[in-house]
Every structure is written in structure tokens, then in C-alpha cells.
Design a protein around this ligand. Structure first.
Ligand code: PA5
Length: 453
């Protein structure tokens, strides 16, 4: 009945999706400067001549990957928000927690990789420089760092300040390095500071393309470059996105995973007041998927609706099973104001099981013999069932396994789900005027600090 009541909205959202695919037009979407702006994320899975991801773009990324494999010991990637979160997901899923402690052979000669510029924390940046110096010393010569600076605007304070500090640190330590800029490709009047600097210094430039907001940019050079320099299967990732894109084209709600996802969440919010979303994948390497989704949801939907009222769901990062011991109490018995989105990996990479070494202790014998992955997924099932038993809204998205293809599928599904929900709710999912307000205050405040000095 709820779905039937939304029938007209669904039909309009489907028409809007057809239009954006055809022409890149989303009604009412304006750029920061108030100009109509194309929305081009739907074409990203398609590696075609004339598209953002052309064959030449992919070849260039792959060549960079080979160069990194052959010449580079460590990469530092500077970026924040949409210029960081997608790449971090690719890194975590492909490389995992211990990549930087592995030997070069174990990394298939790909470099270590560190992120910076996601904050302005001098302690962390100093520790990073110290780490690079330690590595250079341990290698005893021929050590080279690649600094990848990612910023669409080219002047964002967090990545640019950290980049300058790290570059200076490397110079002072006498460590060899090269710089790659990833920024808005325009030249002339619209040229960004980073683009101008890269041209002046002769640094290779990769693109943050027009028409793709930061939160959708994991499917562009912005995210793919992190994959390329660590040996992640970027073509399979885009293939996964393509396969999901094809599944998300039908107007039949029950056959379109993104539309279904969007509609249920829209109804949950508008009709049942469920205005918080806990994104809770099960698996340690998936925390950044949750962080990426938080940005996608918050920046896309937390804004004014066409009729002047307000929309949005507050996103919360959670990881299973970890947060079952922290947040689940509130999910199960707190206010009926949230939905919980689980992500389940059907088959884990590891089949490590709990050994029968303490079977005399019945509480330990109870789970001895079981694979760890089975325990994790069973905990998810129990959590979902417990929530459902008390009308606590939840859904589980299952990936057959965690690889580049299925990661591309799920991330693209959420991109389309956000598009559809924006249409259902009557908000422009592709701008973020709210983040400009504090930025206008920050500039004068920093200038006042300089005057104080
Ligand atoms: O999604 C967004 O637009 C933001 O999160 C930006 O990506 C973030 O502010 C970084 O901006 P820039 O790439 O211009 O440095």
C-alpha cells in the first residue's frame, strides 16, 4: 500500500533516470555558480571513446600502475571528502590492514601507500614523515616516494597544507620524490591553483572530471588512481558497476535494486520517521565503505526539498560484529527512528576455523570447529532477526564475495539509490551548498590568526 501511494513519484523518478542517462540533465540541478550543470556519473562504468573513462584514460592509469610497481617505494595520497573516501575503500578492500608491513614481494612490487590530507593534524603528518624517513634509511638508497595530490578545487586546506608539509619534509631529509596532480582539467580562466602549479612544475596531471561530484568520483581517475598504484583490478571494478547499472534501468521496483532501496528508505523516512541510517557492513576491511556511504548520503540528501521542507537521514558508521558490542543496544531498544543497512559477504576469502583446543570448556567448544566467517555471518543474521522481531527496520545487501567486481556493483547501486531517493524526495542530490557556509567563516578566522602572529 505504501508503495502504491508513491506510484506517481516512482514513475517520475524513473523518467528522470532515463533523462539523466540520455542527456546528463537533472531538472533543477545547478552548479555552485548557479549555472545548469550536467550529471555524468551514469556513464562512468562504460569505457568508451568520448566518455570520461575512455580507453586512453584506462591505459594511462595502468601505465602509472606499472611505473609505481617498477620505481616507487611508497605513495602518499593527499585528499579529503570525495577526493579521499572512494580511494580508501579500494585500498582497504584490496590491500587490507597489513599492506604497509608486507614485503615488496608480498605486495607484488607495488608500493606501500599512506593517506594524508584527510585532516590537519600535525602530529599525524610528522609521524608520517618520520615513517618515510625510516623506510628510506632501511632501504639504504634508491628509495622513491610518489605524492598524489587530489583536489578538484585545487586549493582545499587539508590536502594542500599537508602536501606542502610532507614535500618540505622529504626535501629536508633528502628523499627522492615525484608529484602527480589530480584536479580539475580546465586551463585558462577556470584553471585551478593545483592545475597551474602542476603545469609550472611539469607534474603529470590526472582529471577530476566535470559533471561528477566528489562522492561519485570513485569511478573516475580520482578513485581509480589509488587502485592503479596498488594493483587493484580497476577494469573489473568498472565491470561490476556496469552490471549494476544494467540492473538499475528497469522501472519495475522489485527488479531494480537501487530503486527498491531508495523507495523503502524514502517511505521509512517520510511515513515512519526513520531518519537515521546505520550503515553496518560485516568485516574489518569494510569500515571505509561505510564512511564512503556516509558522505554519499549526507551530502546528497540532507537539504531543502522543493516544497521548502527539509529532508535527510543522519548516517552513522558501524561495523559488524564490532559495533554489536557498542551500538546494538540502542538499535534494538532505543527510539524507533532508524534503519540499519547490513552488508554481508557470503563467502569469505579465508576459511580459517576455530580449532578444537579447549573442548573441555563447553562455552568455547560451542563455536570450536566453525569457520570465523560463519560466526560473523551468523551474528549478522541474529542481529537482523532480533531487529525485525521488534519492527526495527533493516535490510541486508549480500555480495557473493568481496572482490573488485562486486565492490563496483554495490558502490554503483548506492549511487543510483541516492539518485532515485533524491528524485522521490524532491531534493537536488548533486549539490552541497551547506558546506559553503562554514568555509566563508574559516577564511577570515585564519587571516585573523596570521595577523595575531
Ligand atoms: O564531495 C565533495 O564535493 C567534497 O567532499 C569534496 O570532495 C571535498 O571537499 C574535497 O574537495 P576538493 O576535491 O576540491 O579538494
Amino acid at each position: 500500500q505504501d508503495i502504491e501511494e508513491s506510484f506517481e513519484r516512482i514513475a517520475n523518478a524513473v523518467k528522470a533516470s532515463e533523462r539523466v542517462r540520455r542527456s546528463g540533465v537533472v531538472d533543477g540541478h545547478l552548479s555552485k555558480d548557479g549555472e545548469p550543470e550536467a550529471v555524468l556519473f551514469p556513464q562512468l562504468p562504460y569505457i568508451e571513446e568520448g566518455n570520461i573513462n575512455s580507453p586512453a584514460v584506462l591505459h594511462r592509469l595502468e601505465a602509472l600502475g606499472k611505473h609505481a610497481q617498477a620505481e616507487i617505494d611508497a605513495v602518499v595520497s593527499f585528499g579529503i571528502g570525495g577526493s579521499y573516501l572512494g580511494g580508501k575503500v579500494l585500498f582497504d578492500v584490496h590491500c587490507g590492514e597489513f599492506w604497509n608491513s608486507m614485503s615488496a614481494e608480498e605486495r607484488n612490487q607495488y608500493p606501500r601507500l599512506y593517506f594524508s590530507g584527510n585532516n590537519v593534524d600535525g602530529d599525524r603528518t610528522e609521524a608520517l614523515i618520520d615513517q618515510l624517513c625510516r623506510e628510506a634509511q632501511a632501504k639504504g638508497g634508491n628509495y622513491k616516494v610518489m605524492l598524489i595530490v587530489i583536489s578538484k578545487s585545487g586549493s582545499t586546506i587539508e590536502p594542500m597544507s599537508n602536501f606542502m608539509v610532507v614535500e618540505q619534509g622529504l626535501r629536508e631529509a633528502g628523499i627522492d620524490y615525484e608529484v602527480i596532480a589530480v584536479t580539475d582539467p580546465h586551463e585558462g580562466e577556470k584553471e585551478t591553483l593545483l592545475h597551474g602549479l602542476a603545469v609550472e612544475k611539469n607534474w603529470p596531471i590526472f582529471s577530476v572530471p566535470d559533471g561528477v561530484g566528489g562522492r561519485f568520483s570513485v569511478f573516475t581517475e580520482v578513485g581509480l588512481i589509488i587502485g592503479a598504484v596498488t594493483g587493484f583490478a580497476i577494469r573489473e571494478f568498472l565491470d561490476g558497476a556496469k552490471s549494476m547499472d544494467e540492473a538499475c534501468q528497469t522501472g519495475i521496483v522489485t527488479e531494480n535494486p537501487a530503486l527498491m532501496n531508495a523507495l523503502l528508505k524514502y517511505i521509512a523516512a517520510e511515513k515512519y520517521g526513520r531518519n537515521i541510517e546505520i550503515m553496518m557492513p560485516y568485516g574489518d576491511n569494510l569500515k571505509s565503505l561505510s564512511e564512503w556511504y556516509v558522505q554519499l548520503l549526507a551530502e546528497s540528501l540532507g537539504k531543502e526539498q522543493k516544497d521548502g521542507s527539509r529532508y535527510g537521514r543522519t548516517p552513522v558508521v558501524a561495523v559488524g560484529t564490532t559495533d554489536m558490542h557498542a551500538q546494538t543496544q540502542e538499535h534494538q531498544e532505543g527510539r524507533y527512528n532508524k534503519i540499519v543497512s547490513f552488508v554481508r559477504i557470503a563467502k569469505g576469502k579465508s576459511d580459517l576455523g576455530v580449532p578444537h583446543i579447549y573442548d573441555t570448556y563447553s562455552k568455547l567448544a560451542a563455536f570450536s570447529g566453525l569457520p570465523l566467517h560463519t560466526i560473523m555471518n551468523t551474528a549478522l543474521e541474529a542481529n537482523a532477526e532480533a531487529l525485525t522481531s521488534d519492527n526495527r527496520f533493516n535490510c541486508t545487501v549480500e555480495l557473493p564475495q568481496l572482490n573488485a567486481f562486486h565492490l563496483g556493483e554495490i558502490m554503483f547501486m548506492y549511487c543510483w539509490a541516492i539518485f532515485y531517493e533524491g528524485q522521490l524526495a524532491g531534493v537536488d542530490a548533486f549539490n552541497q551548498p551547506g558546506v559553503e557556509v562554514y568555509k566563508k567563516l574559516l577564511g577570515p578566522k585564519l587571516a585573523a590568526h596570521k595577523e595575531d602572529k
